[in-house]
Design a protein around this ligand. Structure first.
Ligand SMILES: *Cc1c(COP(=O)(O)O)cnc(C)c1O
Length: 405
């Protein structure tokens, strides 16, 4: 078995070699500009882009004319929020979103708030990280123009009741944007059934290339309009100017086609692997806690807190396995994950959390190695922890009077 092992598939995925193969001719040989309408080089590029558009649209049950290419989900989220707020400012300026959204949504909402362009309601989530559709309904005012709720969370894998939220949005005549970056290609996504009006997703989280993504923009019932955030040649029906990145778009399309064909079997395989990982770790180690929803979660996601162990120290001792912890290193402080905090997870257990993200190219052998190493390192770190020792001796840590420094 080759080391290091990549178990961080929520941050990015390796590109599928079949995707690379589809892309290669479009770098040198077929280099045309898809917007060149008057010669064969342009037609060839345009045809490749339109094929990709169809492959992408098929995966999410959309029409290919509803796909707007972007540089990735961050741009798609920006375009959706800013584009709707700008376009519908006469109708209202209120956005409803949730506390556990990706930073690309939260920071965009914050920026609109700071500039005085929008007011934002950040819904809290339940202990499993799920948004309650009734909370969405209650937050709606006559100024609400957009609801932005993610499909599946990138840290804890919890899948939101998007269909119910879509129903409420439709009933109230409010646009519904969904950041589906972690869900597309992993679980079935149907923009019709889910009542989604705008949807962000990206190539590099589904075995495609980095630097290309899409915003789905509904074309009828209702016809959604957004103000472009990039002015120029009027590409993408005027919603996103800029020469299309043909090779990346071809790769993104191929990645969607592969997901469409293989998602069901792959989901089952990954869920079984994830369960094996979860059971292997949690059976062997006491005081381990699952973060996120026990069943309504992405098949390839696992997030566990290991009490009395610092996630960052754990990763430091586990350099041969690529994982992610619930502590984000910022310049001055080590902040625990805002997602876990929103679930009500205490700061200690948030700092003790590890996210496992399985993917297409992981094997059971890698899973078994990970289980073995996790048990070794957690046991070792706990043996070195005075807090763990005290807890084992039956001392209630909450009753301890710590000396002030
Ligand atoms: C990764 C991710 C993004 C950002 O996607 P990029 O294509 O890297 O910009 C946005 N939202 C979610 C939920 C993500 O997981």
């Amino acid at each position: 078995m080759k080391l290091p092992i990549f178990l961080d598939n929520h941050s990015t995925t390796p590109m599928d070699p079949r995707v690379l193969e589809a892309m290669l001719p479009y770098f040198v040989e077929k280099f045309g500009n898809a917007a060149s309408r008057n010669h064969a080089f342009g037609w060839e590029a345009e045809e490749a882009v339109e094929t990709a558009r169809k492959q992408i649209a098929k995966l999410i049950h959309a029409d290919s004319k509803e796909i707007v290419f972007t540089s990735g989900a961050t741009e798609s989220d920006n375009l959706a929020l800013k584009g709707v707020i700008e376009m519908y400012h006469e109708k209202g300026n209120h956005i409803i979103t949730s506390a556990t959204e990706h930073r690309a949504v939260l920071d965009t909402a914050k920026a609109l708030e700071t500039k005085g362009k929008a007011t934002v309601t950040y819904l809290s989530v339940d202990k499993h990280g799920m948004v309650n559709p009734e909370d969405v309904r209650k937050a709606i005012t006559d100024k609400t123009v957009l609801i932005s709720i993610m499909l599946a969370n990138n840290e804890i894998g919890t899948i939101n009741p998007v269909k119910e939220i879509g129903k409420i949005a439709k009933e109230k005549g409010i646009l519904f944007h969904c950041d589906a970056t972690q869900g597309v290609g992993k679980i079935p996504v149907n923009v019709q059934e889910m009542g989604i009006d705008l949807m962000s997703f990206t190539g590099h989280k589904m075995y495609g290339p980095k630097g290309v993504g899409a915003l789905y923009v509904r074309k009828k019932a209702p016809r959604v309009r957004i103000a472009s955030q990039m002015d120029g040649g009027g590409h993408e029906r005027g919603m996103r100017s800029g020469t299309l990145v043909v090779p990346l778009i071809v790769g993104f399309g191929k990645a969607c086609e592969l997901c469409e064909q293989e998602m069901e079997a792959e989901g089952r395989k990954l869920a079984a692997m994830r369960d094996r990982l979860q059971t292997g770790i949690m059976k062997a180690l006491e005081e381990t806690y699952l973060n996120g929803h026990p069943t309504q979660r992405l098949p390839h996601n696992l997030n566990i807190s290991f009490a009395y162990v610092e996630g960052e120290s754990l990763l430091m001792g586990l350099k041969e396995i690529a994982l992610s912890s619930g502590s984000a290193c910022t310049s001055a402080t080590l902040e625990p994950s805002y997602v876990l905090r929103a679930l009500g997870v205490g700061s200690d257990l948030a700092h003790s959390s590890i996210r496992f993200g399985l993917g297409r190219f992981n094997t059971n052998e890698q899973v078994d190695y990970t289980i073995k190493r996790m048990i070794e390192i957690v046991t070792k770190l706990r043996e070195m922890s005075p807090l763990y020792e005290m807890a084992k001796e039956g001392i209630d840590l909450k009753s301890v009077q710590w000396a002030a420094h």
